[in-house]
Every structure is written in structure tokens, then in C-alpha cells.
Write a protein that binds this ligand. Structure first.
Ligand SMILES: [Zn+2]
Length: 182
């Protein structure tokens, strides 16, 4: 019993992009939180990782704000290091930080397979059976505030690195939680 609950939670922590067992990832994670003391569960996580968990699975707005601030700083660091050309007054870098956090915390559910990754016992080809439907390049460009061509040429690669940073943070959470629930 313990092992199966842990594995569901383990997968739910990796996000809807991997597997969804027919219930929302939030639901299965809450089940784990009820079984394991929250404090003990989070004790192995650093402040940013804790914010990620609280923001993603507890809808904690303060934690989400703090995480956004942290990821924006990371993005600004990248921009300075690589001397990205940015028109003054355009919050492109900050918007990319916010988008990366949003994408990890609230991954879009694939509407075709309803997040299960399967359609009539076949792998869903809309989302490549991930259950997760990423935002389109156009939608990301719009959110960040650049033209879609500019997005494809310049900003998408930069954004992917910021997004990867948050994903890596999530992967680290997953590793630590797997140890706790083992
Ligand atoms: Zn799908």
C-alpha cells in the first residue's frame, strides 16, 4: 500500500506531463500530504523547492510570488551574463520568468485524452501520450510580449533555459520526495 501511494505521488510530483491516473495530480498529492506530515515531507527541500511544492499543490499564492521572484532573478542573471538586448521598459525577461513558473505550476491538460495520455487504449498523439499540452509558441510570445517571429528567432531558446531551470528544480523535489516516501 505504502509503495503504491508513494509511486503515484512520485509521478504526480513530476507533473501532469508524465502520467495522470485519472484523478488530478493535485488530488493524489493531497492524499500523500494527509498520510505524511507536511513538515517532515518538506524538510529535505530548500526554500525555493518548498515554494514550488506549496505553489503547485497547495495553491499557495505567497509561495508562488516568492518562486516567481526567484526565477525572475535567475532570468535577469542570464540576461546580464549574455548581454541580451532589451528595449528599456519592456518587461520581457520578467515575463519569461513568470511564464516558466506558470508552466511548471499549472501545466495545461491535454483536452483530447483528458490528461490520461490514452485515447481508446491508444497513445494520444495530440500530446504524445504525455497528458500535457504545452502552450503554443504563439501563446508564449503573446504572454511575454514579443512578436511571434522574434520569439522563434531569439526568445524561445532563452525561454527554454529559464523553463528548464524550473523543471530541474521540480526534478530535484521529485528525487527528494522519492527518498522520503521510500
Ligand atoms: Zn493527450
Amino acid at each position: 500500500m505504502g509503495a503504491s501511494v508513494a509511486s503515484v505521488a512520485f509521478i504526480s510530483v513530476t507533473g501532469a506531463r508524465t502520467v495522470n491516473y485519472g484523478e488530478s495530480s493535485r488530488g493524489s498529492f493531497h492524499a500523500l500530504l494527509n498520510r505524511v506530515e507536511m513538515a517532515g515531507l518538506l524538510s529535505g527541500l530548500d526554500a525555493h523547492e518548498t515554494n514550488l511544492v506549496l505553489a503547485k499543490y497547495r495553491d499557495d499564492e505567497a509561495a508562488e510570488r516568492a518562486l516567481r521572484a526567484h526565477v525572475r532573478l535567475y532570468a535577469v542573471g542570464l540576461a546580464l551574463e549574455e548581454q541580451w538586448k532589451i528595449t528599456k521598459g519592456r518587461p520581457i525577461v520578467c515575463n519569461m520568468g513568470a511564464l516558466a513558473v506558470f508552466e511548471v505550476i499549472s501545466p495545461g491538460c491535454c483536452r483530447r485524452c483528458n490528461g490520461t495520455g490514452m485515447v481508446f487504449n491508444h497513445a494520444c498523439n495530440t500530446c504524445n501520450s504525455s497528458g500535457y499540452k504545452p502552450a503554443s509558441g504563439r501563446a508564449k510570445a503573446e504572454f511575454v510580449g514579443v512578436h511571434k517571429y522574434q520569439w522563434q528567432q531569439v526568445w524561445n531558446d532563452r525561454y527554454e533555459r529559464i523553463y528548464r531551470y524550473v523543471l530541474d528544480m521540480e526534478a530535484s523535489v521529485e528525487t527528494k520526495l522519492a527518498k522520503v516516501s521510500a
